[in-house]
Ligand binder design. Structure first.
Ligand code: C2E
Ligand code: MG
Ligand code: MG
Ligand code: MG
Length: 289
């Protein structure tokens, strides 16, 4: 086909493009079986109270290990799910399994809030509120212990509808977080008009904490203003002790990142909690020093 169209240059481009498409198509094909073949899993990343490292919650993160290709990055898997019309199924899988695994491995040891990511297509898709309501009722979980994380881009596509759905979700009693704050278009004063409870300060700002006092000034300003507006503030991607110390000084409510713990199976986290004497604090190396 490329030959008929002309020069060798075209053919190379076409071949590469075709190869990429093949890969994408086959990944898409494998996503549906993944919903039932055990290759999907959830990593639970602890969220701690910044002031003392007490583990207060977990964020559920999708993990897909493709049988031939190995781990597929979460944003790639979610992108494929959105493109192939499987996002409702995948999103429902994550919500239901995260709730189930929390109940099985964590609740008995220590009650932890659960945060689950929701993509734009998923939120705006038909019946999302109903899906959340049915998971809540089937698991019997306290809605106030569930936080749904959304990003600002959900507000771009169909703004009015997005707000209506967020407000419907609030009537179920769940909490809403704005993920990756600072990477998008909106200001905090704009967020005030959204039914949001938590602002998650993007990792880019947290890593800037180590770049002189201006980095810290920005996080301090965002945190202070978010508090004024009634939001709880979570810092994402905390990797160093010095970032932790600065976030503590700033008064950032909660934190997550590799400094404390990477995402892990619920059973592993449950085991950590069981082994700790008293409530679980992270990083545990600090507690044991
Ligand atoms: P996110 O919701 O902002 O999740 C945080 C991401 O940062 C996770 O990547 C996490 O593993 C990573 N992370 C945590 N601490 C650190 C750190 O200290 N340093 C660095 N460099 N990274 C850290 P992951 O699991 O690859 O997920 C990436 C994104 O994919 C998520 O960003 C979220 O937007 C999306 N995602 C993951 N799981 C789901 C899901 O079940 N549903 C939907 N809709 N999206 C999901
Ligand atoms: Mg998130
Ligand atoms: Mg984030
Ligand atoms: Mg992020």
């Amino acid at each position: 086909e490329a030959k008929r169209q002309g020069g060798a240059g075209h053919r190379i481009v076409d071949k590469r493009g075709a190869h990429r498409n093949d890969q994408k198509n086959s990944l898409e094909r494998d996503l549906r079986p993944a919903l039932s073949d055990g290759t999907l899993a959830i990593g639970f990343q602890p969220i701690v109270r910044t002031a003392d490292g007490l583990v207060i919650g977990v964020e559920a993160l999708l993990r897909w290990t493709h049988p031939e290709r190995g781990p597929v990055p979460a944003p790639v898997a979610i992108g494929l799910a959105e493109q192939s019309g499987l996002i409702n199924e995948v999103g429902q899988w994550v919500l239901a399994h995260a709730a189930h695994e929390r109940a099985r491995w964590l609740d008995a040891v220590t009650p932890l809030d659960l945060a689950v990511n929701v993509s734009g297509r998923q939120l705006l898709g038909n019946g999302f509120c109903g899906v959340v309501a049915s998971v809540l009722s089937r698991t019997g979980m306290d809605p106030a212990t569930l936080t749904l994380e959304v990003t600002e881009n959900i507000l771009i596509e169909d703004h009015g509808r997005a707000i209506t759905i967020l407000e419907d979700l609030k009537t179920l009693g769940v909490r809403l977080a704005l993920d990756d704050f600072g990477t998008g278009f909106s200001s905090l004063s704009y967020l005030r008009r959204l039914p949001i409870d938590v602002v998650k300060v993007d990792r880019a700002f947290v890593s800037d904490l180590d770049n002189g006092h201006e980095g810290a000034a920005i996080v301090a300003a965002v945190t202070g203003m978010a508090h004024e507006l009634g939001f709880t503030v979570t810092a994402e991607g905390v990797e160093t002790r010095s970032q932790r110390d600065k976030l503590t000084a700033i008064g950032c409510d909660s934190s997550q990142g590799f400094y404390y713990a990477e995402p892990m199976p619920a059973s592993t986290l449950g085991e950590l909690a069981r082994q700790s004497t008293g409530p679980l604090h992270l990083p545990s190396r600090v507690a044991s020093q």
